[in-house]
Design a protein around this ligand. Sequence first.
Ligand code: SF4
Ligand code: SF4
Length: 93
Amino acid sequence: MPFDCTRCGACCREAFDAVEIAPDDPFVSLHPDLVITTPFGKTGVRRDGDRCACLTGDDPYSCRVYADRPQTCRDVEAGGEACLWARKRVGLE
Ligand code: SF4
Ligand code: SF4
């Protein structure tokens, strides 16, 4: 893996304003308390300030629902385009 996600967490915190998920993503029924309607009117994961409410810690970071994380999160590949963009947004190379 090109980056250590536990030392980064960019895509789970302020790099993105929201984590949108499909309304039929299994996460919705598994964790209804963590599902919101985003300011853009989409289904999303609840935020805690500028970070996902599921993110715990601060270097190291971890996802407390990692095994159940939405498909949106699974689609962000470490070292991939979205990852590199997220890292840049928080000032990481
Ligand atoms: S931005 Fe990339 S390196 Fe950072 S946590 Fe997300 S996938 Fe991992
Ligand atoms: S659900 Fe987990 S992997 Fe997805 S943004 Fe939140 S903390 Fe990150």
